[in-house]
Ligand binder design. Sequence first.
Ligand SMILES: Nc1ncnc2c1ncn2[C@@H]1O[C@H](COP(=O)(O)OP(=O)(O)OP(=O)(O)O)[C@@H](O)[C@H]1O
Ligand SMILES: [Mg+2]
Length: 322
Amino acid sequence: MATAEQLKSLIRSHFSDEPERFFTIVLQVAAHEAQKGHGELAHEIRKLVDKARKQKGARIIKFPQDLKGLVLSEEPELSKSALVVPLILFARIERIIQEYKQQHKLRKHGLINRRKIMLIGPPGTGKTMTALILAHELHLPLNIVQIDQLVTKYMGETSAKLRQIFSLLQRDIGVYLFDEFDAIGGERSLDNDVGEMRRVLNSFLQFIEQDTSGSVIIAATNNPKLLDRALFRRFDDVLYYEKPDLGECKRLIQNILRSFKPSKFPWKAITSECIGLSHAEIDQACMDSIKQAILSDKRKVNAALLRQMLQERQNAHSGRKE
Ligand SMILES: Nc1ncnc2c1ncn2[C@@H]1O[C@H](COP(=O)(O)OP(=O)(O)OP(=O)(O)O)[C@@H](O)[C@H]1O
Ligand SMILES: [Mg+2]
């Protein structure tokens, strides 16, 4: 049985509408039961929590009519184990997850979990993927703000739309991704600025500064030079993504090929073909060679073929004719 303290905490967290805290205490009860040798009960409790969290995450937001098409909502199923990044970056992503999950502990000391995050890096290195993973790991819906639409289709009323989005994120907790953020994050002093963009950026700065919602706000860009300096200090974290080094290429290929990887693999030759490619390009080359293996009824990927696929990506990358 749960202790009296645990029961009281459960009731308190339920009525204070802090679902993550509630889940944490339930999991403590499960751990307590496991310690007492009630393994099956502990397992059942954990399963109930998993299910409830999933259902909670599955609560896809009903957007107000006039935000339709501007914010797309999904429920990603992508675990953090798929992400291949340097350990230091991984640890910083893990810190966002842990601070979110244990935000009640921080709150008790007047502290807030980090939740305003900027992701910077070249195309195909895992920025959008990180947003998907955070949503999945935090059991929250992922809401992607279509910035290009915001600045083209709604030119003139962009700030008003942003205001609506920020009040939505207050009402419906989730991970909100402002992808290709440089479209609004451009340097405020740029000469070719049309004034409207400056106003939009000012509104964004104001909204993000004032935001006290429980949502996780992510802005992603591959063009940091265009970003206004004033933006950076509004974020709790600025994470930099890079193309994979040789070790990361190997990890990535292993992750993708899985059972299609032959037991002997000329890693040196293969990773040397990866230099300069992004994770996304290596991913594509691996998937192409898996397809080839399947079509020719092979159980394993052919190393020479994978090298050729990587080479293809290199050529596409450098614009060279094959
Ligand atoms: N760090 C990574 N680890 C594992 N797979 C990756 C990584 N980065 C990219 N990929 C693979 O490439 C795909 C595209 O990556 P993603 O959309 O995250 O790129 P991005 O950084 O957002 O690029 P862009 O700047 O073009 O939006 C992912 O869905 C995944 O399959
Ligand atoms: Mg992206």
